[in-house]
Design a protein around this ligand. Structure first.
Ligand code: PEP
Ligand code: MG
Length: 837
């Protein structure tokens, strides 16, 4: 049985002539980057609501607003082109954000003469910004009257989904035996749910008498499947047969999990813990190795107060959607600051949870019952985390912490509370019931010596993060730890999982000795950290740092960095409503330059956003393949106004340091030439010519054509993070592929060698600023290939310098020769490990 999809008519918000969107003289609208719709050349100056709904956004410059209809369609009306520049002059809003309006209601009055004189154009865009809510649209033509004529006829998408759900009988698969040693835990569950989402049918995973929404990671995990369980897939909809075939195949392939790759469940230790706890020590699961002596600091989670009753209408729905979106953006920001793919994968999973259909459905049920967004969301995520916590499988129990972490992030936004960052005194041993993975990622390892949590285990994300921070940790410690007096001195042994709660002098001395032995090596390295980096036979290599701002620059110099090989300038642009002005940018670039001084190099990368790194004030299209979309230099060339402002600001730092400007994501010579042409114009207008120009080599085409790029640049800097993902066609944050997206893959290494060869032929230098540069084992290999600058994370400066000092150039070259002949990552890693200390 078929049904007719619902329709929605969008009324003319102004009287005037309709114009096709693609003829609007603004590439952002004409290219439909904001969405599809129609434009109107107005003859009236009172903007009327084109649809009924809630004013979900009213721009602070009052020239644009968005109405979200009851069906969830977002209709934006944008008066004029570049009218944001008028900063509200000539616009008089008659409604407020969050207000319910009816179709035809007056929303904004504007002075058509004044705006017309001062704006680039009066053309007014009527756009559906969430295109996925619409199945098709038809735009009217010719003259229209405000509030009377229809300008867009929309056929809504959910009508189709309803029709599909009602078609035919559900289909059922045969029994499929789970082959994953740890069952469908987080990673395979995420792979399975994400595949299920690619089908429009309703799909359930069945285990005995239980069933789960196959598109929900939490629901699939919650099924608590085990190795050898027989499951079935039920699908209902137009593509049910294909869904069953492909998902069956995926389960038979263990959702891509290779033998030996499944995490080992930590020893089931609660009973043992109780037995071994005594008045000298508490025992938990060793989650991150190492020994630390420190004083106890308790961390207790903030409470968020949210009202039970909602404000009614769509208001709660809107605020929930905004908070979830903001939370996703916050996670993206944290992710962008991490170079470790394992940490990035954890945060990707958190983003996935924000879109989990079951979690959302439960939240919306609460909203429909009149609860506030915060109340409904808390009830939903608490129910899910409790469900996981009740599982036998410890791997699943630990994912409960991830749900709570994401849950609290959204809740804090809804409660309007800035989540307090963990402020710890130096020498702290942190004790907590639970540490959010995102809190752990932000811990300052110079202050926190180690931590213990009551929840979690060796495979929890908190433990993974502790290991990557290099601090010892214990999870699953007994309740007694939470009652230890603040400030008490303890010894934490993360290798053995013990917390000595009343150490005597002898025990403290022994622990100190062991800590000293490990520290000796680090100290040895640190001794040479302020020396110029060189190979054993005195060949200079610049060991410089990757930074985000002036504070990072100061820290880097203090730790021995010989300059900055990558200033990720996008951090200046994040978390704002408007682009930073030229003066704001120049102040930060100059502060960085001053921290470095005239003799050290500063490489400023121009804005590297777009695709997966959105900016709130820059309308960019939602893309199916953001990593292959409008990113890096492509955005700057598309928005030359942003590029020009940034270049002018960067050039102001030229007299203060050895300034280099670097363009990201360059794929073709045309892009380089276009960017350089803009730079030359700006240099001419400010008379500042003392700057070197280079590109990031992170797209394979740039590596392959290095010899042709080289005559037109002063230097290359290889971004191994992106180069690896583009050479191997593996998303750098993919939960399942992250481990294989290895920069030591022979194909990536050969691309690096190719870049060095191309540069050498034209006497240009090559740096590496991706994560591989910070890997001390890779340093001699890169130098052997011809890399002369390693831009590393600041903590790696000392160890990379110390490693280089042990190798002669000839040995580095021999190593490069040998490694470049190898065919697999395993062989490369094995070869490098033979040389590791
Ligand atoms: C890279 O891709 O290696 C790089 C350094 O750039 P980012 O990690 O900022 O994308
Ligand atoms: Mg990159």
């Amino acid at each position: 049985m078929g049904t007719t999809a619902p329709r929605l008519d969008v009324l003319a918000p102004l009287s005037g002539w309709l114009v096709p969107l693609d003829s609007v003289p603004d590439p952002v609208f004409a290219g439909k980057m904001v969405g599809d719709g129609v434009s109107l050349d107005p003859t009236s100056g009172s903007l009327l609501a084109p649809v009924a709904g809630v004013v979900s956004n009213l721009h602070s410059a009052h020239h644009a607003l968005t109405i979200t209809t009851a069906e969830g369609v977002e209709v934006m009306v944008h008066i004029g082109i570049d009218t944001v520049m008028l900063k509200g002059e000539g616009f008089f809003p008659l409604v407020e954000q969050g207000q319910q309006v009816s179709a035809g209601q007056a929303l904004i009055d504007f002075d058509i003469d004044q705006v017309g004189r001062n704006a680039a154009s009066l053309l007014t865009q009527i756009i559906v910004t969430n295109g996925e809510s619409v199945h098709s649209m038809q735009a009217a033509q010719g003259m229209v009257h405000a509030g009377r004529d229809v300008v867009l006829s929309l056929q809504l998408a959910n009508g189709q989904a309803v029709a599909q759900r009602q078609d035919g009988e559900p289909k059922l698969s045969a029994d499929i035996v789970i082959g994953n040693p740890a069952g469908l835990h987080a990673r395979p569950a995420a792979v399975f749910a994400s595949k299920a989402k690619s089908f429009s049918s309703d799909i359930q995973l069945l285990l005995a008498d239980k069933e789960a929404n196959a598109k929900s990671v939490v629901a699939v995990m919650g099924l608590a499947t085990k190795l050898g369980d027989a499951v079935r897939i039920r699908a209902h909809g137009g593509d049910a047969a294909a869904a069953i075939a492909e998902l069956t195949q995926l389960l038979n392939d263990r959702c891509g999990e290779k033998p030996g790759e499944a995490p080992q469940a930590p020893a089931e230790a609660p009973i043992a813990i109780q037995q071994q706890d005594n008045d000298k020590q508490l025992v938990g699961v060793g989650a991150s190795p190492g020994i630390a002596i420190g004083r106890i600091v308790h961390h207790r989670l903030q409470e968020f107060d949210v009202p039970e009753q909602g404000k009614g209408g769509n208001i709660e729905q809107q605020s929930f959607a905004r908070a979830a979106e903001e939370a996703a953006a916050q996670i993206e920001l944290v992710k962008a600051q991490l170079s470790d793919p394992a940490k990035q994968a954890i945060l990707s999973m958190h983003q996935e949870l924000l879109q989990d259909p079951d979690l959302l459905a439960l939240t919306y049920t609460g909203l429909a019952e009149g609860k506030s967004a915060g109340w409904a969301w808390r009830a939903a995520f608490s129910a899910y985390s409790a469900r996981l916590e009740a599982q036998d499988n410890p791997l699943l129990r630990e994912r409960a912490n991830d749900i709570r972490d994401v849950g609290r992030r959204v809740l804090a936004l809804l409660a309007g509370i800035k989540q307090a960052a963990l402020e710890l005194p130096a020498g702290s041993i942190l004790i907590a019931e639970d540490l959010a993975p995102s809190d752990t990622a932000a811990l300052d390892p110079s202050k926190v010596m180690g931590f213990c949590t009551r929840t979690g285990g060796a495979t929890s994300h908190v433990a993974i993060l502790a290991r990557s921070l290099g601090i010892p940790a214990i999870c699953g410690i007994s309740q007694a730890a939470l009652k230890l007096p603040e400030g008490r001195q303890v010894i934490l042994n993360g290798s053995e999982g013990t917390l000595a709660i009343a150490p005597n002098a002898a025990e403290l001395a022994a622990a100190e000795q062991e800590i000293a032995r490990l520290a000796e090596r680090r100290a040895d390295e640190a001794k040479g950290s302020m020396q110029p980096a060189a190979t054993r036979d005195g060949v200079r290599v610049d060991v410089v740092a990757n930074i985000r701002n002036a504070a990072d620059a100061r820290e880097a110099v203090a730790k021995g960095a010989e300059g900055v090989g990558l200033l990720r300038s996008e951090f200046l642009f994040d978390n704002r409503d408007t682009a930073p002005t030229e003066a704001e940018q120049a102040a930060e670039y100059c502060a960085v330059a001053e921290a470095l001084g005239k003799d050290r190099p500063l490489v400023v990368r121009t804005l590297d956003v777009g695709g997966d790194k959105p900016l709130s004030y820059l309308p960019l299209p939602k893309e199916d393949n953001p990593f292959l979309g409008l990113r890096g230099i492509r955005v700057s060339l598309d928005r030359p106004d942003l590029l020009r402002t940034q270049l002018r600001a960067i050039l102001q730092a030229a007299p203060l340091t050895q300034l280099h400007i670097m363009f990201p994501m360059v794929a073709s010579l045309e892009e380089l030439r276009a960017a350089k042409a803009v730079l030359v114009e700006e240099q001419q207008s400010c008379g500042q010519h003392d700057v070197k120009v280079g590109i990031m080599v992170e797209v394979p085409s740039a590596a392959v054509l290095a010899a042709r790029f080289a005559p037109e640049v002063d230097f290359f800097s290889i971004g191994t993070n992106d180069l690896t993902q583009y050479v191997l066609a593996m998303d750098r944050g993919h939960p399942q592929l992250a481990k294989q997206a290895d920069a030591l893959h022979p194909a990536v290494l050969n691309m690096i060698a190719m870049t060095c060869d191309g540069a050498r032929a034209h006497g240009k230098w090559v740096g590496v600023c991706g994560g591989l540069a910070s890997d001390e084992r890779a340093a001699p290999l890169l130098v052997g290939m011809g890399v002369s600058e390693l831009s590393v994370s600041t903590p790696a400066v000392a160890s990379v310098k110390a490693t280089l000092a042990r190798w002669s150039l000839a040995e580095c070259q021999q190593l490069a020769n040998d490694v470049l002949a190898l065919s697999t990552v395993t062989d490369v890693r094995h070869h490098l490990n033979q040389h590791a200390r």
